[in-house]
Design a protein around this ligand. Structure first.
Ligand SMILES: *Cc1c(COP(=O)(O)O)cnc(C)c1O
Length: 484
């Protein structure tokens, strides 16, 4: 049989107009809109022309493709009208995974977002007086409860006045604080703390954007209080400590205690700021992590201002939070950058609900905290319940000991003992298994280690366990993707 020429193959293709007149596509256009269907028809036809040009289609396969062309247009419409931002199942065991959206929100946060933003709210309105109000009062009052009251319980010194403001993220909070407290002057930072956090947040860059000059002291592994002291001059405006969020320096090291730096700062009348990054509002020792200062620890040690993220250990929405001495926070609030970096009602609503859970000591209401508190036994039991529902000769699933990671710039070494599902599948490499899990609906994200796919149920919501089972069962089937 003579090969059909490409021109003949092109001729077989209908025009966009012809396609749109087919009854099934006309019906689709009336439900999904003419524009979307026209677009999809063009895309599908273009794809077919490309396949013909690349000589991947010949007469018989073109006919086959044409018989399914309406269905292809329909799929294309579905794809283009569906969300790109979608939920995924996080089976990596990394609780605060930046690429997966960090902290999942509490149910109360979602309800509060809906209530406060599906209509109007008193975001900047004082209901009592009928005057204009400030948007930060809604969360400042809760931060005061969480920070001042406990602070006051600590003893002798006069009750400090800790206030708090919120901006878009912690990078913005650091920028705002440096610009407010040190514009045109110098900020002293240890060489061991010149960090880069994921997404290219670099202390030296933020420093220059804030119009402050970085004054490095000490060495990568050792910095003493005396190094800070010697660097202080008439231009010094701020001492800055930065949490080493994603690396550790071990061996021959020295770093001054926050208390020692606070004493120096007080003596020289220069404020001390600590960029905590992850900033916990609960005691990390409750999950067996020691040596990590929380927000209160840092303030109690004498930091005048601390900055931290809303969506790391706090377990709330993306936000950058500055808590500290009332006079310094008032200066930051008065800075025009604060207006440029302000957050929306959605953030205030989510943050207010999350903080209220802390005020009520209802830590289990906050998903990230609940996941941190899950015991190794509990996760093991869920893993066993998954394994008994899998019966397959192709699939091997073992339960092994492993570690979950807190992530999000908590102590880089902060891990929690867990039980992992270790999956192998005959005929598929670990990377292929992992790709199949990603392609399942919903997407499941696992870890690949030593030729095995590892799933950690710590970060999987219990109601998603069934989805994991379904996706693992589907690994049994041979792949069939013969769609064009
Ligand atoms: C995470 C982190 C930041 C950046 O916080 P974002 O909220 O992601 O902007 C800054 N500093 C430190 C020490 C961090 O750990």
């Amino acid at each position: 049989m003579p090969a059909t020429s490409k021109t003949d193959l092109y001729r077989k293709l209908p025009s966009v107009d012809e396609l749109l007149h087919r009854p099934e596509l006309a019906a689709l256009a009336s439900s999904q809109g003419q524009a979307a269907v026209t677009d999809a028809a063009r895309t599908v036809l273009a794809r077919l022309r490309m396949e013909i040009r690349a000589a991947r289609l010949e007469a018989a396969t073109v006919d086959l493709a044409l018989s399914g062309i309406s269905a292809a247009v329909e799929r294309q419409v579905g794809q283009s009208l569906s969300y790109s931002l979608r939920p995924v199942v996080n089976a990596t065991g990394v609780i605060l995974h930046t690429n997966l959206g960090r902290a999942p929100l509490a149910a109360s946060a979602l309800e509060h977002i809906r209530d406060a933003s599906s209509g109007y709210s008193n975001l900047e309105f004082d209901v009592g007086t009928g005057d204009r109000g400030k948007r930060d009062v809604h969360v400042d009052r809760l931060f005061r409860k969480l920070l001042n009251e406990r602070f006051a319980g600590e003893g002798a010194c006069a009750t400090p006045d800790i206030s708090t403001i919120v901006v878009n993220n912690n990078a913005a909070a650091v920028l705002l604080a440096l610009n407010t407290l040190a514009e045109g002057g110098e900020v002293i930072v240890s060489r061991g703390e010149l960090v880069e956090v994921g997404g290219s947040f670099r202390i030296p860059d933020v420093m220059s954007k804030s119009n402050a000059t970085l004054r490095e002291v000490g060495t990568t592994n050792r910095t003493r209080v005396a190094d800070y002291e010697q660097a202080i001059n008439e231009k010094t405006r701020l001492l800055l400590r930065v949490h080493r969020s994603n690396f550790q320096i071990t061996g021959f090291t020295e770093q001054p205690q926050a208390e020692e730096l606070a004493t120096l700062a007080r003596k020289r009348n220069i404020p001390l700021m600590e960029d905590l990054g992850s900033g916990a509002l609960f005691d990390l020792r409750s999950i067996g992590v020691s040596g990590e200062p929380g927000v209160l620890d840092s303030l109690q040690a004498g930091a005048d201002v601390v900055s931290y993220s809303g969506d790391k250990l706090l377990g709330g929405p993306q936000a950058g939070i500055l808590s500290g001495r009332g006079d310094l926070i008032a200066q930051a609030r008065a800075n025009s950058l604060f207006r440029a970096l302000r957050v929306d009602k959605l953030t205030y609503a989510a943050l207010e609900a999350t903080l209220l859970a802390y005020v009520k000591h209802d830590h289990d209401a906050i998903p990230a905290l609940r996941m941190m508190h899950l015991s190794h036994e509990e996760i093991g039991r869920r893993a066993e319940a998954v394994v008994v529902k899998l019966r397959s000769s192709l699939l091997a699933v073992a339960i092994i000991d492993g570690e979950s990671v807190i992530g999000g710039g908590a102590a880089p070494s902060a891990v929690l003992a867990t039980r992992l599902l270790a999956v192998t599948r005959k005929g598929l490499s670990a990377d292929e298994v992992s790709a199949r899990l990603r392609a399942s609906e919903p997407t499941i994200i696992a870890r690949v280690e030593d030729g095995r796919v590892l799933l950690d149920l710590r970060t999987v919501f219990p109601e998603q366990d069934e989805k994991v089972i379904a996706a693992l069962r589907a690994l049994d089937q041979e792949i069939s993707d013969c769609r064009f």
